[in-house]
Design a protein around this ligand. Structure first.
Ligand code: SF4
Length: 651
């Protein structure tokens, strides 16, 4: 396990390694390039204030002169000052390049962000850019010049539009990768709108690429302008342009070659500088952040007093899932006829092997089924309100505020671009509608609530600076940002070591006790169920096969699958006493291969003739809960146990 990076006490920590400005400052070439670009920009924009000569003024007594004190870069064939003409043309060259790069990056970025978030937008974006890429750019440019003349602002904007099609692919690849990050999904689960997710979590992570592409397109546009001016499609004489200056110089290249040097050098240096900057920024983009000690006592952050948004115990609330069936559109069902209820202050454990439908059930409640999946039947009612028919907007308003979610990978659920304080304050402001100062106070309270002692340091930390347990506590604090009344925890302790698991379970127990939240805990670990749950639903192949009070079910399992899970559980004292852990032969069948009878029959040590009949939930012996096995009573009476029944059987 990688040790968290903890700064020495009292030292401010900053993210330095990936910051583009710091990368530029570390490279002498990049510093020189930046200095040159700044010089060109400032000198060009301020040209009217400092140019020594009128760029159009001719002096036939001083034609084709080499550099001198009077003319620093010499004069051309009409005695015009070359320095004045270069920088008089600079502002337009820079402006047109910026227009072109701005249009290219702006259009490509907007399309890519939309396409990464919505399949429909992606389909439109893909087709539109394919069409644009099939158009020969130079032919279009020449046609536009033919139609509108040398309106370079329009010509370069159209050039940017044509270039944006290729750029769209670059941005889309990165945006899609970021959209699939768990912290982006977590933001959606917390109720953040898609536009806000794109702007808050996707775009900031793309800024380096955006900057690099902008600079590259800027440099290319400068070359295109110079090329067009060289062949006579630029600003018309006597107005100066960089391409026009080179074209004039080319006519006198044999008798006065110096004329080519100043404009050529300025153009080449400007393009090279832009490319160097782009290279330096792009080259360090993958460096991990590192810490810099500023050697001064860090300012202690003031906490605001508890705001109106402080955590309050919710009123009684209930989730009722009834006959829920979820399936692939046009394909098999993944979850069938699932029913359970969970109330305020209760913890329901949903347990089973991978592929049994636990997470699909949880995601159905959140309205976040993967594309292609849909609720086919049944209902999910929260406080009497049906959730299955709600629109995306209505579910968005529900998530984060009423129902929150924590996943098994807390480190990935935290956006690495933002500090814990930034993430918490943003979520609290959005979900509780409070001001920034109040949100800071609530953020500190939430961290205290999830058992974090060094609150100031954690607030300043980024995800990579947190241990797994600390990150899960922060993820839980984030989930509590909207003061939810139902928390869905999907394998929240799977990625943690045993000691931290116990701490997180203890934290969840305390939260249920203190806030009265209802919790649905998805897990494959019966030890976790025994530790924290009030009720348990055992799922196998998309069905609940046993349901009831946790102690009743674990002490007296009546479905062979529950028996098998217990016999295979290293936390089960009876299994440990037996001297070996039992195995369950075979695998959970794929949904398309579910038998019409008992779905556990192929692996069941007690299978019999009637196991091929469809099994329904029936009362457990003792009426405490339900079991989906018509031999349950018989097996219970016979004192059957999985361990003995599978003696000598290997998985
Ligand atoms: S119905 Fe038969 S196969 Fe299914 S769990 Fe019960 S005993 Fe096993």
């Amino acid at each position: 396990m990688t040790a968290p990076i903890i700064p020495p006490a009292g030292l401010e920590q900053v993210r330095s390694g990936t910051h583009p400005v710091r990368r530029i400052l570390r490279s002498p070439f990049a510093v020189a390039s930046l200095a040159w670009l700044l010089l060109v920009v400032v000198a060009s924009l301020a040209a009217p204030l400092w140019l020594p000569y009128d760029p159009l003024a001719q002096d036939f007594s001083a034609v084709k002169q080499l550099p001198s004190a009077a003319h620093w870069l010499g004069t051309d064939e009409l005695g015009r000052d070359i320095l004045s003409r270069i920088f008089a043309a600079g502002a337009e060259a820079l402006l047109y390049s910026a227009i072109s790069a701005g249009v290219a990056v702006g259009v490509a970025l907007a399309l890519a962000l939309a396409a990464a978030a919505r399949p429909v937008a992606r389909s439109i974006g893909d087709r539109a850019t394919e069409i644009v890429m099939a158009i020969p750019a130079m032919v279009v440019i020449l046609a536009v010049i033919g139609a509108v003349g040398t309106n370079f602002a329009l010509v370069m904007a159209i050039f940017g539009l044509l270039v944006s099609a290729g750029l769209y692919r670059v941005f889309l690849g990165q945006a899609r990768g970021l959209q699939s990050q768990a912290y982006v999904e977590a933001a959606g689960i917390d109720g953040m709108r898609q536009v806000a997710i794109s702007l808050r979590h996707v775009l900031p992570n793309m800024l380096t690429t955006v900057f690099v592409q902008f600079v590259l397109i800027f440099a290319i546009s400068m070359m295109i302008q110079a090329g067009l001016a060289f062949i006579g499609f630029g600003p018309q004489p006597p107005n100066p342009s960089w391409g026009g200056l080179i074209q004039s110089a080319s006519k006198a290249v044999y008798d006065f070659p110096w004329l080519m040097v100043p404009p050529g050098l300025v153009l080449v240096l400007t393009i090279l500088s832009a490319n160097t900057l782009a290279d330096v920024v792009a080259a360090g983009a993958g460096e991990p952040p590192r810490l810099i000690a500023l050697g001064r006592e860090a300012k202690r952050r003031r906490r605001t007093e508890k705001a109106a948004a402080a955590v309050v115990a919710p009123t009684d609330a209930a989730l009722v899932v009834d006959g829920l069936t979820v399936g692939i559109e046009g394909g098999p069902a993944l979850v069938t006829d699932v029913s359970f209820e969970v109330r305020s202050g209760q913890v329901l454990g949903i347990v089973g092997e991978s592929g049994c439908g636990k997470s699909v059930t949880a995601m159905s409640i959140l309205g976040l089924l993967a594309p292609g999946l849909a609720v086919r039947d049944g209902s999910v009612r929260w406080n009497g309100h049906e959730l299955t028919g709600l629109s995306d907007q209505e579910m968005l308003a529900m998530r984060g505020k009423q129902i929150a979610y924590i996943s098994q990978e807390p480190m990935r659920a935290l956006d690495p671009m933002f500090s814990v304080q930034s993430l918490l304050v943003d979520a609290i402001r959005r979900l509780r509608k409070v001001g920034r100062a109040d949100a800071r106070g609530v953020a500190a309270d939430l961290l205290a609530q999830v058992g974090i002692a060094d609150i100031d340091r954690v607030l300043r930390s980024y995800a990579h600076q947190l241990s797994g347990g600390m990150a899960q506590r922060v993820a839980i604090a984030l989930a509590l940002a909207g003061n939810p009344r139902l928390l869905i925890a999907d394998e929240p302790t799977t990625a943690l070591d045993v000691t931290v698991q116990a701490e997180i379970l203890s934290l969840l127990r305390g939260l249920v006790r203190d806030t009265g939240m209802a919790v649905i805990l998805v897990t494959h670990d019966l030890g976790v169920v025994a530790d924290i749950c009030d009720d348990v639903a055992v799922m196998y192949a998309g069905q609940i096969v046993e349901f009831g009070d946790m102690a009743e079910v674990l002490d007296d399992a009546q479905h062979p699958y529950t028996m098998a899970l217990l016999a295979a559980d290293p936390h089960n004292p009876a299994a440990v006493r037996a001297g070996r852990l039992a195995s369950i032969p075979g695998q959970v069948p794929a949904p398309a291969a579910w038998p019409s009878g008992c779905r556990f029959a192929a692996r069941c040590a007690f299978a019999h003739d009637s196991s091929h009949d469809p099994q329904v939930l029936r009362p457990r012996v003792g009426d405490a809960g339900l079991v989906r096995c018509d031999r349950a009573a018989e097996l219970h009476a016979a004192g059957a146990d999985w361990q003995s029944a599978t003696e000598g059987v290997t998985a």
